[in-house]
Design a protein around this ligand. Structure first.
Ligand code: FE2
Ligand code: ZN
Length: 353
């Protein structure tokens, strides 16, 4: 077997995770906290004894319950890609969609949004000229975008309900959301989310967040979240594993449940006074992934949102936002967590004799 290296050029097509995915940022909704967990329960209890005491996780029962959550999450993450591939192929083969809305059409998009995108793509567009066209929010660095028409939101929400009530296998978006759907598994990546990111959102984000988009937003993770009286009501304060996030409200009928924003992830010393941003059906909130935020509880009804975590490999390859180190790459399928190799790639070549 011969071995040589070749440059993969400026357009690498293989995405990776950072290895910290398997041990860090495990969320416990009960304590509203993220933990680091390395598969050894007794060691975890010993190393975190002071913290566990402080947060009220002090009895053996409570500790075992927390360990159960962390071990389950560790297993889920280790098997995530294999299980996702299985679910996706079963859904592709067996799921009967209610509305065929997984191919993006311009008729789904609001005229105002198309005008904003058109301006962003013009050579003379600047931060000042683009922000003038956007509705102002009270939080710096948070922008409201009118994205989808109401009829499309209704159809997509109905499609998600149809899928949710089917007997198809379902993965969940992340440790923080129990209700929600991974849109890649439902077949929305290739012809819906990717063109939406590349042709519509990247040109806007590049002007609003130039330091966080750099070359381009070249991958994403898209999912929906659902808030309902018997499911999740709210979402704890956190930041996203993304450079830029779009969060669009799809409906349905609900009261309260606003988003709130505080400081950036690295601004530890700033007092965390938060400001609320209301959800409006069809409108999206565009913000930096590292801008800490949460969702207030809904007081009535049901709310579904489409979340697109957009990643720029040229930014995150320098520093993984989840462990604050240079990423240690682990293989992944699809977009992984958006990391790429820009250096040289070792290629194994089989010799025929
Ligand atoms: Fe978030
Ligand atoms: Zn990392």
């Amino acid at each position: 077997m011969a071995q040589f290296t070749m440059s993969v050029g400026s357009e690498p097509s293989v995405f990776f995770r950072c290895r910290c995915y398997f041990t860090r940022n495990f969320y416990s909704a009960e304590y509203g906290k993220h933990f680091e967990f390395e598969d050894n329960g007794q060691e975890f209890i010993q190393q975190n004894s002071k913290l566990l005491e402080e947060i009220g996780c002090s009895t053996p029962e409570k500790k075992n319950k927390l360990l159960f959550v962390l071990e389950k999450e560790s297993t889920r993450r280790k098997n995530i890609d294999a299980q996702s591939v299985q679910r996706k192929s079963k859904i592709k083969a067996c799921y009967a969609p209610l509305h065929k809305v997984n191919v993006l059409k311009e008729e789904y998009l609001k005229e105002e949004f198309l005008a904003i995108v058109k301006h962003a793509k013009e050579g003379n567009a600047t931060f000042a000229s683009l922000s003038k066209k956007l509705k102002k929010e009270k939080v710096e660095g948070v922008y409201r975008l009118p994205v989808f028409k109401k009829t499309f939101c209704k159809n997509l929400a109905e499609e998600l309900n149809n899928f949710e009530s089917s007997n198809m296998p379902k993965g969940r978006p992340n440790t923080m959301n129990n209700g929600g759907i991974l849109l890649d598994e439902l077949g929305f990546n290739e012809d819906f989310i990717t063109p939406l990111r590349e042709c519509y959102l990247d040109p806007i984000a590049k002007i609003l967040f130039p330091d966080w988009v750099d070359e381009k937003l070249d991958s994403h993770k898209a999912f929906t979240v659902n808030y309902k009286e018997d499911q999740d009501l709210d979402l704890g304060y956190h930041y996203d594993n993304a450079e830029v996030t779009l969060n669009v409200c799809l409906g349905k009928d609900f009261d309260d449940g606003s988003l709130y924003f505080g400081s950036m992830r690295q601004e530890c010393n700033r007092s965390d006074k938060t400001v609320e941003v209301k959800h409006k059906v069809g409108e999206g909130v565009l913000h930096r992934g590292q801008h800490k935020h949460g969702a207030m509880p809904i007081s009535y009804g049901e709310r579904t949102n489409l979340i697109i975590w957009m990643r720029s490999s040229s930014i995150r390859n320098q520093l993984c936002p989840m462990c604050d180190n240079k990423p240690t790459l682990a293989p992944a399928i699809g977009f992984g967590d958006g990391f790429t190799r820009h250096d040289t790639l070792t290629v194994q070549v089989c010799s025929l004799h």
